[in-house]
Design a protein around this ligand. Structure first.
Ligand SMILES: *Cc1c(COP(=O)(O)O)cnc(C)c1O
Length: 393
């Protein structure tokens, strides 16, 4: 029997819950796309995107998802035949590398497994022996494994070699959920989407680039008018900012979401809220893990994302848990994607990013715990109390 008859709860690591305020901001008549509110509002959006990423560099908004801006970023600073060093800690690191390969770049892949961070000394060694590498590609948070890589440490390692390679970072899962300081950390190009930490329905995505990346970009021939960021950053007319019709209603939603995150809450407070809620999730999972059937994928807290937690089962199929949560209880969890040595039915992922409060979080954790018991998967006693203790401390 399904008991699910209320508002469904969504705890996937993207897309994430869209606030009613964002939905309401989108619910309006078609606006003028040449002048007026939309044009003024877009300047405000770009300013707030800079604040979210802690950068004075240039954000570009594309009608796209994350996969699109993977291509956009590569297209602007690299050419076929260029060499990229790709650092992987899960599916998405491999994914960006595959895009680069298909675009004709020579890919050197360093796979750091799926349960810990990068070894930046090995990266430095790889750069020292190859001065021809044009760019280093890395995911900040890999949403499959829930590993978060230390980008500041990576920059330091790159600088220690004196290497000229651009540092390009995928923040699609982490932006506006986890601390990220583009300029202070020396990131040259960053990509992100709107549908995870930025709480907006999927449909627009971003590149950010600094002066060094802009210079590289101007020095190479552009093969894609659509992805070229130059006319979008310095548009002759508003129309060129989007290389055509702007994503009108998305912009109203995005503007509202950024107002909530930047102008009202403050991005540092957003990060702190996510850190606290992540610790509550980890506390519950740690207690559940005491019975030996499930565990957090990333052992070391220092390497964990505070936006998503991947839980691994050793020997139990997690597919029925997804089904139970979804069908009986009205909770959608992140599907386990197969990554590293794990098949998709060996994992579930709890998205704890974006528009979320303790009531939602405790509701989700209690539902998961109830589902695990219903399916007779052994878990330790007291997970919810442990999560509550974190949230109330
Ligand atoms: C979600 C995600 C992507 C892919 O984004 P889409 O919008 O689904 O194309 C890429 N990288 C990371 C780290 C992600 O979390």
């Amino acid at each position: 029997m399904s008991l699910s008859h209320g508002r469904d709860l969504f705890m996937t690591p993207g897309p994430s819950v869209v606030p009613d305020r964002v939905l309401n901001a989108m619910h309006r008549a078609a606006p003028n796309i040449y002048e007026g509110d939309l044009v003024d509002m877009t300047d405000g959006i770009l300013g707030n995107l800079r604040k979210v990423a802690h950068t004075a560099g240039d954000p570009t908004i594309y009608i796209s998802n994350g996969h699109g801006v993977w291509e956009a970023a590569l297209n602007n600073v690299l050419q076929p035949g260029d060499k990229v060093l790709c650092l992987a800690a899960g599916v998405f690191g491999h994914g960006w590398a595959a895009v680069a390969r298909q675009m004709g770049m020579t890919v050197k892949l360093m796979d750091f497994g799926v349960s810990g961070g990068l070894d930046v000394d090995l990266v430095a060694d790889a750069l020292r022996v190859d001065p021809t590498i044009n760019a280093v590609l890395v995911t900040h948070t890999d949403t499959s494994s829930s590993v978060r890589n230390d980008i500041a440490a990576l920059r330091k390692a790159i600088d220690s070699t004196g290497h000229h390679a651009l540092l390009m970072v995928d923040c699609i899962a982490s932006l506006a959920s986890e601390p990220f300081e583009m300029d202070a950390w020396g990131v040259d190009v960053m990509v992100a989407g709107c549908q995870k930490g930025i709480m907006t329905p999927p449909g627009v995505a971003f590149t950010f680039h600094n002066a060094k990346a802009a210079e590289v970009s101007r020095s190479i021939p552009k093969t894609s008018p659509y992805w070229d960021w130059e006319p979008r950053v310095n548009p002759e007319r508003f129309y060129y900012r989007f290389n055509g019709t702007p994503p009108t209603h998305h912009l109203f939603g995005l503007s509202e979401a950024l107002t909530m995150l930047v102008d009202e809450e403050g991005i540092e407070n957003v990060w702190a809220r996510h850190a606290k809620q992540a610790q509550a999730v980890w506390a519950a999972v740690a207690i559940w893990a005491q019975a030996g059937a499930i565990r957090a994928n990333v052992p070391d807290h220092a390497h964990r994302s505070t936006a998503v937690t991947t839980v691994i089962s050793d020997g139990h199929n997690m597919e029925p848990l997804h089904q139970w949560c979804q069908d009986t209880a009205g909770l959608t969890l992140g599907v386990g994607i197969s990554f590293g040595p794990y098949t998709s039915d060996q994992a579930f992922r709890i998205g704890h990013m974006g528009h979320m409060n303790p009531a939602m979080l405790l509701g989700a954790l209690t539902t998961i715990e109830t589902g695990l018991r219903a399916l007779q998967i052994p878990i330790g006693e007291g997970g919810i109390a442990a999560a509550g203790a974190v949230l109330s401390s």
